[in-house]
Design a protein around this ligand. Structure first.
Ligand SMILES: *Cc1c(COP(=O)(O)O)cnc(C)c1O
Length: 394
């Protein structure tokens, strides 16, 4: 199926994913409507099993969103009051919210400036006798090294709980995202690599007892109907959303592969712009990177500052994003944690430099060229070098 290439390059576009399977999606939704098993229905159980299996684990428990997957998953792992949990400062705030909702004490650490992933030496230095767990965030679709995580976990007897909200089916060193540690949380927010038609999330684990506890926690803490053994909540993945996700899951490897194709084109076309201070984040994970986002650093060497670049691109019809502009430790809501400016220099510097370029499966080569050409044009205009005749790398 071909799509008209518009002058606008949107940040995300679902058409290429959804149009070829539109009939299947409608039939899946219709079937749930007719069966009427809207809560904890058949498609939920089937999707949970399929997603857990695809992620290299034994059990999946669908919940209302990724934030709940982290909060309830940590709680089910026995993480709570008095336990310190290490996580990166440069993640989406939901990681931090999950730790706080489990009742544990978050301990933030800095990141590696080349990959934006948690700095595991900084994590090691942050370990105290109270440290119980570590949350590696597979940020932008790149996994934190499983072998390094497992080595740390073994040495210090730490539980690993992966935040895999941006890394569905990512792989590194023979491990699938979600299968490294005791348990993991995923999000199915619409724009994630696997997205629902609304909110959704899942906890995966290979430990039966943890699976049972999350099942109870998401369902008012009931281990059987009207018998409440845990202080739970109401957080279930709707059967309708599970039916949509189950229809989309078989296509995910192909969609992730297409994201990788887009990233490789960007890498190749952006290489000449290193001279002008534009550096894509490094991929240390090879073909297992699932590129939820494609992020470049607009460094001080660049003659255009990031805001001017982003504004210029917008005027040329190219949508970009910043993921995320303020690190967790400097968010007003978390001032009580006692962190201040300067605590995590790499995370803070990255917030000023990062720019997420359009990235989605189906992004055409022509559009990728247009994005890079626009960046090149803005840089050369600003550097007083005149406008380029044509894109060098095209
Ligand atoms: C999206 C996301 C979450 C939260 O998921 P929701 O479904 O939006 O609650 C958590 N962590 C990371 C890294 C995310 O990107």
């Amino acid at each position: 199926m071909t799509h008209p290439i518009s002058a606008i390059v949107p940040f995300v576009d679902f058409a290429w994913q959804h149009e070829p399977i539109q009939t299947q999606l409608e039939q899946a939704i219709q079937a749930v409507v007719q069966r009427g098993d809207y809560v904890l229905g058949q498609d939920l159980a089937e999707f949970e099993q399929q997603f857990a299996h695809a992620s290299g684990t034994s059990y999946g428990i669908g919940v209302a969103c990724g934030t709940d997957a982290l909060a309830l998953g940590l709680q089910a792992c026995g993480i709570g009051e008095g336990d310190e949990v290490i996580l990166p400062a440069n993640t989406f705030v939901a990681t931090l919210i999950g730790v706080l909702r489990a009742g544990a004490t978050p301990v933030l650490v800095d990141c590696d400036p080349q990959t934006a992933l948690i700095d595991l030496s900084a994590a090691e230095r942050a370990i105290t006798p109270k440290t119980r767990a570590m949350i590696p965030v597979h940020l932008y679709g790149q996994m934190v090294s499983p072998t390094q995580l497992l080595a740390l976990s073994e040495t210090y007897n730490l539980l690993i709980f992966e935040d895999a909200a941006q890394a569905h089916l990512a792989e590194r060193e023979g491990y699938k995202a979600g299968s490294i540690g005791t348990a993991a949380g995923f999000s199915f927010y619409p724009s994630k690599n696997l997205g629902a038609f609304g909110d959704g999330g899942i906890v995966v684990t290979s430990e039966e007892i943890i699976a049972q506890t999350v099942r109870s926690l998401r369902n008012y803490g009931a281990t059987r109907k009207y018998f409440h053994t845990d202080y739970g909540t109401n957080s279930r993945l709707d059967t309708l959303q599970a039916a949509v996700l189950k229809t989309k899951l078989p296509h995910l490897p192909k969609w992730n592969a297409d994201r990788y194709r887009v990233a490789q084109s960007y890498d190749r076309l952006l290489e000449p712009l290193a001279e002008y201070g534009i550096f894509p984040l490094e991929n240390h994970c090879g073909a297992g990177h699932v590129y939820h986002l494609y992020v470049v650093r607009v460094t001080e060497l660049c003659p255009v500052d990031r805001l001017a670049l982003q504004t210029g691109l917008m005027e040329m019809g190219i949508q970009t994003g910043i993921h995320y502009p303020i690190p967790c430790h400097l968010q007003p809501a978390f001032r009580h944690l006692g962190y201040r400016v300067g605590d995590f220099p790499y995370a803070e510097a990255l917030c000023e430099e990062i720019l997420s370029l359009p990235m989605y499966p189906g992004l055409a080569e022509e559009q990728i060229h247009r994005v890079v050409f626009a960046i090149q044009t803005l840089i050369k205009a600003s550097a007083g070098l005149g406008y380029p005749q044509a894109i060098d790398a095209a």
